[in-house]
Design a protein. Structure first.
Length: 396
């Protein structure tokens, strides 16, 4: 008789005492029996054995039994099934690895059977930062890469794991674990070698490009105040912002002059290869190109500041971009960016200047630049007055 099992991560989270967010199921019958039970199910494009029923993923058990199925899964901590009566089926090492916080493949060929599992392991390292890859996991990752098995993966599978990693509590581990296992290439080719490149001159930087990138990603994830899709998008922008440093002439190290120009193309290339949503691709390219200017927000000419603010606002990325800029600069730039944006958005065209096509746009930009310059002068006068008042108080 066909049975339904709760599978994988949902069972794992229950055993760890965590809230269950995503539930996947396994079906013990044949495909014909499955279709009879779930006539409205649809197959996904990723793997023919996976179906979606009312938003939940279901797959047929691998093999002829739950015992055989768990031995064909990816990691021991995911090789878990629970039947309709609450009975558990576990990989022999599952409980020990959950207790010891270890990410271990279920077999010595698990990653060869499905190379996308290396990205799943890296994503779980970002999602469960208290877990570490087992030595055999790292060795199997390296062998998977050495056999050239990663290049043939469908982009959508790598993309799916990447998007989940960007939303994880510690997204830097996605990259660091992939590097540890030699699996950055070919999908993350722009990041290869970044652990050997200085992020910049001391004392502003004392680590590698990869380490700095990871720090920015984690800072956004932990401290930006963003949530959901906005946070994941901002973390992606953090991943992309310094990609141009990978192409710096080694004779210029530790400096990276012009890396923002090189980084724009690198970010666009990486996002396109991963088949990320177009919004991510545009955001990553913009982050690479503009992040240096953002760090100099208070010193930019009014016209340069206006154009940057307007571009970010037009792309509906104001919160995400300034979260990145703040993490990268080590300063909270959000309030200053908000005030400057409010300044230019408050400008209105006179009636006689409207409806003139491009001429109206040019005139509006000019008025916005003037408004920023005036606001800056008023702020400067206010600061000077405050300083004079303090000096007078001290003298008296």
């Amino acid at each position: 008789m066909a049975s339904l099992f709760l599978a994988g991560g949902a069972v794992r989270d229950m055993l760890m005492g965590k809230a269950v967010r995503d539930m996947d199921f396994a079906f013990s019958g044949t495909e014909e029996e499955f279709v009879q039970c779930f006539p409205h199910a649809r197959k996904t494009n990723r793997r023919l054995s996976i179906w979606v029923v009312q938003g939940f993923e279901l797959c047929l058990l691998a093999g002829n039994s739950p015992e055989e199925d768990i031995l064909r899964r990816d990691l021991t901590i995911n090789a878990l099934l629970m039947d309709e009566n609450g009975r558990l089926f576990l990989h022999p090492r599952a409980l020990d690895d959950l207790r010891e916080r270890i990410l271990r493949p279920v077999s010595d060929h698990a990653f060869f059977d499905d190379p996308a599992r290396v990205y799943r392991l890296a994503r779980l390292a970002a999602t469960l930062p208290e877990f570490s890859p087992a030595d055999e996991a790292v060795e199997q990752m390296r062998e998977t890469a050495a056999r050239g098995l990663l290049a043939a993966l469908p982009a959508e599978r790598v993309c799916g794991e990447t998007l989940k990693a960007l939303a994880a509590p510690c997204p830097s581990r996605f990259l660091s674990v992939l590097e540890q296992g030699g699996c950055l290439s070919p999908w993350f080719a722009e990041v290869v070698g970044c652990s050997d490149i200085p992020a910049g001159p001391f004392p502003r930087h004392d680590n590698s490009v990869l380490e700095h990138t990871g720090e920015i990603m984690d800072a956004i994830a932990l401290h930006s105040g963003l949530s959901g899709g906005k946070r994941a998008l901002a973390v992606w922008m953090g991943l992309c912002h310094d990609l141009g440093k990978a192409d710096t002439d080694v004779t210029l190290w530790p400096h990276h002059y012009g890396h923002e120009v090189r980084g724009e193309l690198a970010a666009r290339t990486l996002g396109t290869r991963l088949s990320l949503p177009k919004r991510f691709i545009r955001a990553g390219a913009m982050a690479a190109r503009l992040h240096m200017k953002a760090g100099m927000l208070e010193r930019l000419r009014p016209a340069t500041l206006r154009d940057m603010l307007w571009e970010v606002y037009a792309m509906r990325l104001h919160e995400e971009f300034w979260a990145l800029a703040g993490a990268d600069s080590g300063r909270n730039l959000q309030a200053a960016a908000d005030a400057a944006l409010d300044c230019i958005l408050s400008v209105r065209l006179p009636e006689e200047k409207r409806g003139l096509g491009e001429a109206s746009g040019r005139f509006l930009r000019e008025l916005q630049c003037q408004a920023l310059a005036l606001a800056r002068r008023e702020e400067s006068r206010a600061q000077k007055t405050a300083a004079e008042d303090i000096d007078q108080a001290c003298l008296s």
